[in-house]
Unconditional design. Structure first.
Length: 134
């Protein structure tokens, strides 16, 4: 169970949520040693701003954070597969995800797979930048 949800009920949505959470934890690790810094919950942009304030060398992650903000939402884990899929289609990510209009006419697995691969790439690079080895 994760947040009251069984993993087999929404496997993709929960997995996607955990990727965003991994990025959030990586950013939190930058200033975790300073309890005086308030840690915003589930706000990738604010966490990134605080991380860059503490370590300006992380500024090169700006584009990756922008993509994560577009791809991840804390509420994704509660969404039905169809709603989750529609949100990704509405974002117009075809070119960036190397998808064709034909991919959209299929059942959506290829789109979701590419979104997952794209997110994994960004999360891994964020982890490397903050010296968390993923």
């Amino acid at each position: 169970w994760l947040s009251g949800q069984r993993l087999d009920d929404q496997t993709y949505a929960v997995g996607h949520y955990l990727l965003g959470l991994a990025a959030e934890c990586a950013l939190r690790s930058v200033f975790a040693d300073d309890p005086s810094i308030p840690m915003p919950a589930h706000d990738i942009d604010k966490l990134f701003q605080k991380a860059v304030a503490k370590n300006p060398d992380l500024n090169h992650l700006t584009v990756r954070i922008k993509w994560l903000k577009m791809l991840w939402d804390n509420k994704d884990r509660y969404k039905a597969r169809e709603e989750f899929y529609r949100r990704r289609l509405n974002m117009g990510l075809l070119k960036e995800l190397k998808l064709t209009p034909n991919d959209l006419s299929r059942d959506g697995d290829r789109v979701l797979k590419r979104v997952r691969e794209f997110m994994i790439g960004h999360v891994v690079e964020i982890g490397k930048a903050v010296n968390i080895y993923v």
